[in-house]
Ligand binder design. Structure first.
Ligand code: AMP
Length: 550
């Protein structure tokens, strides 16, 4: 059985490695001889996850509870803890120092194992209601009491969901492939349909190639969504594809809807379970859809026949209370454009045939629609559809290869998107500042970072483009994510992505990325994107270079 200390020490070694090849090879040797449970947990933990994203469970431990547990475990004052956190600018390192200063050491320390940590997390996830906070602090305090400094570093980071190891999905895929001598594509495919690298690793270890091949799409467990590439213009897109199935690109939010065994489950683009926020859609599905299917589509908000801005849709997705009120305030429709399961796995069927199956599975209603799909090779016709989409308040068009399979999780050439808007950046919000005067209670500027080999590096700060309502809402969202504050400045646990526009990208030593944005402007909260889907430094560099070609 693996001790948490062995795991933490391994993490501290790979934290210093930046070569992806070496990372996957080290991880592959480390996981090779683990038993099933340890293997499952190590794979998730190393990626900074306690549960796969689609799993409803969460441990519900924020910064406040962490502080409290560290205080109780060590007897060190809140003030001292805050000073250390400020000094280290990293909760994990601060926790390590705090535990190192621990005043009392207990005599009978039970050694922490990975399995024990998992057991405690699972117990925390089950707690709710009165007294649950207190109980969580107790459990966490116990963990900290029996942990060594280095264990405290990674326990803390795990709880905050940022391991800072630079280990993303690609590295895990390669590590699993290497450990059991398997084709990386096969490992990836198993992941795309199960969304659980822990499970994939266990199957790879015990059943090898055959096991991975026989992993099947199952109802109520999400499949990664197929994505689109940007097309330069209509002519080149049509030329590239020959005959294309053209659809409106709806300005809403992606959903994958599973209906089977009397149950409806709705997953967002991030594969979070959003079923309870969308009760009217679930009801309509029960009334109008054949049971035993997985559908792919876009939810939009429509009022008086016009689509409402995309933010409203996300407001609905996030809503946890007073849902009935919201159903009236922000009415939704779903436009389905694909089907990936109808009792039979359909991902390898051509789009043409999937569309036919889609028509058979869904009866259209006021709320449920099937996206119109026109097959053409005439750029003029595409242009017409494009204008009609923009006139109706949508984003542009999608061109889809009618003969293509559904490739989960891939941004490939089979789906091309044509949008009217300029290039924006999707960046992770890592810090911010409180406003002045009347806006003193609101966060009013936000620090942004892009991904560099799985790590976050800053590229700028955005303080314009927000309405007062935006700031009120963002303050509510970001307040619980504050890791520490100093004067007006705050550092956030990285969880959300902003889409920002800018006038220009400049080279600048001001930020660690080496780039800075000139006149950045907030466009929207990309609540549908997770941190690891934000833009990379390579994209920033490419856009920077592109400026000279204009
Ligand atoms: P983007 O988010 O800009 O990469 O564009 C891809 C997204 O467009 C998808 O993830 C969907 O949420 C959305 N979308 C809107 N209409 C369609 C459509 N007809 N087919 C596929 N995706 C669509």
């Amino acid at each position: 059985m693996l001790t948490f200390k062995e795991f933490a020490e391994f993490c501290s070694v790979i934290e210093k490695i930046s070569s992806t090849l070496e990372l996957s090879s080290r991880i592959s040797s480390f996981i090779k001889n683990l038993d099933d449970n340890d293997l499952y947990n190590v794979i998730l933990f190393i990626m900074g996850k306690i549960y796969p994203p689609w799993d409803d469970r969460e441990i519900g431990v924020g910064i406040g509870l962490l502080y409290e547990a560290l205080k109780q475990a060590t007897g060190i004052s809140k003030r001292e803890i805050e000073d250390l956190i400020r000094e280290k600018a990293d909760m994990g390192l601060a926790a390590e120092m705090i535990i190192a200063k621990k005043k009392q050491t207990t005599l009978f320390q039970e050694e922490l194992t990975i399995a024990k940590v998992r057991e405690i997390f699972d117990e925390m996830a089950k707690l709710s209601g009165e007294g649950s906070q207190k109980r969580k602090v107790m459990l966490l305090t116990d963990i900290f009491i029996s942990s060594t400094p280095i264990e405290a570093r990674y326990i803390t980071r795990l709880i905050l969901g940022e391991m800072r190891l630079g280990v993303g999905e690609g590295i895990i895929r390669d590590a699993i492939a290497k450990a059991w001598n398997l084709d990386a594509n096969l490992v990836e495919r198993a992941y795309m349909i199960s969304n659980d690298y822990g499970k994939v690793a266990v199957v790879a270890k015990n059943q090898g190639k055959k096991g991975l091949k026989s992993m099947k799409i199952t109802l109520h467990s999400p499949v990664k969504m197929m994505l689109a590439q940007v097309a330069e213009n209509i002519d080149s897109a049509v030329r590239e594809m020959g005959k294309a199935g053209v659809e409106w690109k709806f300005d809403g939010s992606r959903v994958q809807i599973h209906y089977g065994n009397g149950k409806v489950t709705i997953f967002s683009r991030r594969l979070e379970n959003v079923t309870s926020a969308l009760p009217e859609i679930a009801d309509e599905i029960r009334k109008n859809v054949k049971e035993g299917v997985i559908l792919d589509g876009e939810v939009i908000a429509v009022k008086d026949g016009k689509p409402m801005p995309f933010q409203h849709v996300l407001r609905r997705f996030r809503r946890k209370h007073d849902i009935t009120k919201m159903v009236e305030k922000i009415p939704l429709k779903v436009y389905f454009f694909d089907i990936i399961y109808d009792g039979e796995e359909l991902i390898d069927f051509p789009l043409k045939e999937r569309r036919e199956r889609l028509m058979k599975a869904v009866k259209e209603s006021e709320i449920l629609k099937i996206a119109e799909h026109i097959i053409t090779s005439d750029p003029k016709e595409v242009e017409k559809i494009y204008s009609s989409a923009l006139n109706a308040g949508h984003e542009g068009v999608m061109l889809k290869n009618p003969n293509s399979p559904y490739i989960p999780g891939k941004r490939g050439k089979h789906w091309l998107k044509l949008k009217a808007v300029m290039e924006t950046l999707d960046l992770v919000v890592v810090g911010g500042e409180w406003g002045e005067g009347k806006r003193g209670h609101l966060l009013s500027s936000f620090e942004l970072a892009c991904l560099d080999d799985g790590k976050l590096v800053k590229v700028g700060k955005v303080a314009t483009g927000f309405t007062d309502e935006d700031l009120e809402e963002l303050t509510e969202i970001f307040k619980p994510l504050i890791e520490f504050e100093e004067g007006k400045r705050v550092i956030f646990q990285p969880k959300y992505v902003f889409e920002v526009a800018y006038q220009e990208i400049q080279k600048s030593p001001k930020y660690e990325s080496g780039y800075a944005l000139r006149f950045p402007r907030f466009i929207r909260l990309r609540d549908d994107k997770s941190v690891d889907e934000a833009d990379s430094i390579e994209r920033v560099a490419k856009l920077y270079e592109g400026q000279f070609k204009r």
